[in-house]
Design a protein around this ligand. Sequence first.
Ligand code: SF4
Length: 390
Amino acid sequence: MKTGNFTYMNDAMGDSLRLPDDYTPARPEFFNVERICLTRGSLDTKDRERFVERICALYSQAEIVKCLDVPHNAVDLREKDALARHDAGKRTLVFGEHRSAVRFSQEEGNTCPNYWHFSSCGFCPYGCRYCFLAGTRGVWHSPTVKIFVNLPEIISEIDRTANRLKKQTAFYLGKLQDGLALDPLSAYSTVLVPFFARHDFARQVLLTKSANVERLLALEHRGHTVLSWSLSPPEVAARFEENTPSVEKRIDAMARVAQAGYPVRAVLMPIIPVAGWKEIYTQFLENLLARVPLQRLTFGGICSYKGAKSLMNKKLGPKNDICVAMEEAASIPDGRLRYPRDLRIEIYAFLKKFVREIQADLAMALCLEEIAVWDAVGLTENLGKCNCVL
Ligand code: SF4
């Protein structure tokens, strides 16, 4: 099979070296597209042109800007203020090519294992007020919502990497994006899930807040795609997760994909110690565990860089629950701001104990934490078995 400059022979590739074309694109909820930018590489082949055109046709009211000499991360949003630029980015859909979309993470200064991740899309249309991703360097300068049209090349890079490693390896979709929010537009799941299903070594772990699971239900997956949801209790989501699918819809989606045989995980992050948090979080966990057979549950607190904190302050006002708790936090070596360590330990230990009483054998982990916290909570045996890895 040949696409562009690449020729691949691996069985796992099957028909996957093509952009999806046998589907009807649909506008995803929660994405208000006002501007579409066609950046470098987006129209380089007939397949790409057709793929982009069909999606653009859904947004006849949007301004379409052809800027084929501009890279996907250099679109001018015509706003100087950080919050205005962030808001404009959330209303801008960018098509482009991402030539280093498959990477190994380079985290230092916390206990998270480094892992492979990939970007078939970038950032996300949702509006969580605590969003950590918004403060990372790449998104800070380029907060647009992106679809990368070089999907065949991205898949072939995953294939090459996994075959070189020769052992089951997770490729995570969710580090720099919501992994499923744009699926109604792109149908990338219909290519990615079967690719991973057929691969000897490559596995997909996908993180989302989306409820767009319709396409996933009928796909051949063989348990090689793990679907993970980012969740908060409804009371917390109502205050801090603007323009996102309701928590109820997310849990329904989780139950449906679990029924279809996918391994399903949940990440409670950031846990926010609002007034009455113990009751709010335990009621929520009781409901979640009764409805979804989870493979793994990961807890995390707020873990923000300074840029994300300043956006949060602008969205929530300086006296909000998150930032007040963070004022006291000392940053640990990875440079992220957190709540004080004692508060994190109190939260995790309380929730772990509650979960153990309901489901003694459920695997639990912490995200972006310190070893002292794992030890104090009594989860050290699960180090390295957290959300983004197998
Ligand atoms: S879903 Fe994730 S990436 Fe999207 S706004 Fe919320 S926290 Fe940010």
